[in-house]
Design a protein around this ligand. Sequence first.
Ligand SMILES: [Zn+2]
Length: 124
Amino acid sequence: MRREELLHHVILLGKAFSARGMDQHLRDLRVYYLALRHGLTSNKLQLNWSEAFVIEWMKMLRVPPFENSYPVLARGEPCPRCPSTAGSSVSTDCVFPGGARMRCQNCGCEWLEHEAPTWVQRHS
Ligand SMILES: [Zn+2]
């Protein structure tokens, strides 16, 4: 991915973090953004962020153009590939405000559980 494109993605992801009040992630992402902008990401900085990490978060928070990367299921739904295995084989990989990334231990399939988006558009 070109750096300009990744920078653009980082900005979009930052907005998604901000909308959910994910302040720590937003701070980390800002450091990554600056490092990226100045071409410092190849240095051995203690950066826990990478292009892959940015893309993964965009997939999880369904930020375009990655909004359809994972299937989205209702909370407690069984694995879409092997529904007969029921909830016992489903684990929560990652939790974030408004949802979670789930994984089937049986087939390795991953999907998202998204709650009703109360974090969007807080009109007062
Ligand atoms: Zn499965």
